[in-house]
Design a binder for this molecule. Sequence first.
Ligand code: MN
Length: 335
Amino acid sequence: MTYESTATLKDLAERIQAAQSIVCTSHEKPDGDAMGSVLGLVRALEGSGKDVQAWMLGSIPPPIESLAPPTPLVRLTSASDIPDIDPDLIIVMDTGAWSQLETLADWLRERRDCVIGLDHHASGDDVAPVRYIDPTSASCSMIVLELLDVLEIPLNTSVAESLFSGLATDTGWFRQANADAAAFGAAARLLDQGVDKAGLYRVIEETARPARLRLHARALSSIQWHADGQVAIMQLSRSDFEETDGKRSDVTGLVNAPLVVQGAEMAVLLIEERQGGVKASMRSKPPAVQGGRFRDVRAVAQSIGGGGHVHAAGVKLDGTIDAAEAVILAAIAEA
Ligand SMILES: [Mn+2]
């Protein structure tokens, strides 16, 4: 199947207007955009007289969870946590992939006719038969903003704060290529509602423990440069985590660190998994000039069984961390 819109925002707005009970949800382990999109829509529908609930799947990173109050969340870590209700409408946001909705998959399949989707990813499954997909949107929360316009629901500070959180985190705080004119336009509208962006940055991005830096120091001192300084490879072993008291959540963003070096085009972070095997994350820079050459990390990942995007991809490999490094170096040389 092709993952594209099957409905307009107006169609989705009509479904929302017609529903009395609505469940808003998103992918497992919600990120800023998943949480921001769900919270934004739930908050916007407050006072509509409808019963609108925010369901969050899997573990929620504490900084993301801190965005929720005072809006109540229903937390689901397994199918047995699913409340015994039959809503008129279920809105799945920021994903259309069954692999990201495992907790709810059977429940959603049984209620297929009630499921609508809002997403900005380029690929997904037939989770929501009625869906609006815009891969040019920098965040799903930007699509929620458009939907609120169609619904003619005015913004307020708490709605804007949620939507801004999604937009800011999905664009790397407006540094990535997807932070285009439309994203800045949406950001301007949201900031105009009195969003405290410095406060949000602090609660979302500045919550690490010193252990994170101890772990990062290990990774940075492990850097090996290849291909005339274009490719950096970092390793983190299980003992690096144990000895620094670092957690897996402390690794977020670390793979990008070597890209600050001039001439660096690609970075790889290899992590030895507790259950065996190695997880490799790969990042590359966009071309220096529009239309120029760049390192396609998706092609590298795909050639050894992984996947992702051209500038952000990953793969899981069996064996030791050094064996994984050799496999990846060979794949890079081949690409
Ligand atoms: Mn997103």
